[in-house]
Design a protein. Structure first.
Length: 285
């Protein structure tokens, strides 16, 4: 793919292949599975101008090479790619978490170089939260695919100005809530860089201002939409179950996660991935 090229130094452990395999199994925003290889491809609407962008990411040692094509601000789009792939996080202290916590050390060894890949933007994460309310994950994924087919930008999720004006035939109040999400994105309330700059708790409160987004949804937007590296989901029963499984009955997320700072999101995602591999649960968060 020819286009705008940006190169970034990635600080700390990183494997594009491990991260890509994780994202291929992340049902809410899964990549299409590709043969094993040295690259990751995706399409998305870039925050700000909301123009469609194509990205191809390759790894050369500790460097990421991002090739972009599209009609918008491709420098901003490249920075967004780094955010949703967690390449913009200084991960040099991540191995120390494993030295403090043998459970996380085991997860790091099983998932070498994994960096949590999130949604392309908090806007897409918020839209998924609305679609997934009171539905099974596979049903919500089908609704998302239909939105992309009917209103999307050649494979990319519909930009907020399109979604705000679209005639959405969706169950319950999902259409109303999706329009609220789209309007919040246009107003800058769901800006990824702005949410990452806030304390995670403050960011969650900010997202909850959007109609239809409660505490669970707001956490998803911050943790997996803004891809905040040191935020904890406090409404995730499966993670709580994994804590009890790995650390023993009676142990709590709040207790064990103190050793994970400043990578609490990363540690939580590693444990959830291993649980999904072991139990066959569908990745929905």
């Amino acid at each position: 793919m020819a286009g705008h090229v940006a190169e970034f130094a990635v600080l700390g452990p990183w494997s594009l292949e491990t991260s890509r395999q994780f994202w291929e199994g992340f049902t809410p925003a899964a990549l299409a599975a590709e043969p094993a290889g040295p690259r990751l491809r995706t399409v998305f609407c870039a925050e700000g101008d909301w123009r469609r962008a194509e990205a191809e990411v390759t790894q050369s040692g500790a460097a990421a090479r991002v090739v972009l094509a599209g009609g918008g601000d491709l420098d901003a789009a490249a920075a967004q790619v780094c955010r949703f792939l967690a390449l913009d996080v200084d991960g040099r202290g991540w191995p120390q978490v494993g030295r403090r916590d043998p459970v996380i050390a085991d997860a790091q060894a099983r998932l070498p170089g994994l960096r949590p890949c999130g949604f392309h933007s908090p806007y897409e994460a918020a839209a998924w939260s609305v679609l997934a309310q009171r539905l099974r994950i596979v049903q919500a994924a089908r609704l998302r695919a239909e939105l992309i087919a009917r209103h999307g930008e050649d494979g990319a999720f519909p930009p907020p100005h399109t979604l705000a004006q679209a005639d959405l035939d969706l169950p319950g109040r999902k259409g109303e809530y999706l329009r609220a999400v789209a309007e919040a994105a246009l107003d800058g309330l769901l800006d990824g860089a702005a949410l990452r700059a806030l304390d995670p708790g403050q960011a969650v409160q900010r997202v909850q201002q959007v109609k239809g987004l409660g505490p669970f949804a707001a956490e998803l937007v911050v943790v997996r939409g803004a891809n905040a590296p040191d935020a904890l989901p406090h409404h995730e029963r499966r993670l709580d179950a994994e804590i009890a499984e790995r650390y023993g009955p009676g142990r709590t997320l709040a207790e064990v996660s103190e050793a994970w700072r400043p990578y609490r999101t990363w540690a939580a995602v590693h444990l959830r991935v291993l649980r999904e591999q072991r139990t066959g649960e569908i990745a929905g968060r």
